[in-house]
Design a protein around this ligand. Sequence first.
Ligand code: GLP
Length: 258
Amino acid sequence: MQGFPYRLEQRTTLPALIEALVDQLEQHLLQRLQQGAGQKPLGLATGRTMDPLYAALVRRLSRWSREDLELLRRGWMSFNLDEYLGVSASDPCSYRHYMERHLARPLQLPLSRLQLPDGQAEDADAAAQAYGEALMRHRGIGLQVLGLGGNGHVGFNEPPCGPDLPCHVVKLSAETRHQNAALFGGDPTAVPEQAISLGLREILAADEIHLLVTGSGKASILRQLMLSSEPNEHLPASWLRHHDCVSIWADADALSQL
Ligand code: GLP
């Protein structure tokens, strides 16, 4: 498809799309091994879209030699986008638990090298600021993986949202709590009201960004994103247009309204 403001990587089926993105991630991780210490952290996302990606990445990396896997573990550093507030790290609904389940334990990554905001901080604003500062001490994100919320959010940057907002405490919209209710027993009121999220400021400062959008449930918002003429605060993902190295990875179902 021509004429869209983003580089579009499309594959008909979900497995083919996921494998193509895993190819890209594997290349990036191999380069990091070759370049040695001092690499910028990976930026990681959670959510149902990421389930097959992490499963395929684990399968792929499990084929690496024992030596390379050991190097990967030793040099691992990732910063996740967001975390719910008021959910303990051991709660299966927390994003920390998600990352440990889907990535850290299968790959035996050192848990301390997977960074997420502190969802149990007494002073959430201070924790958000500290998380943003910790990322800056690592010189920001190298490669950022993103999913897309049904209302156009990235991370938990809910509309309306500008491009300069740093890591902050977010009040989750009713739509987002509804969207994520399945993970909380189907009850939207069980979804926390707040989260800490990296802002568009940190996301747009990443060296490269890969936005993964799959399934017919995302077709409408992906259409809006692809056709929006100017970035605007009602569609937070539209600020990605200000970045010069963004790829959108989409399957046929997600592209079905274009
Ligand atoms: C969630 C997360 C995002 C995620 C998006 C899509 O609320 N905060 O990081 O990418 O919304 O979620 P899903 O992949 O479950 O559709």
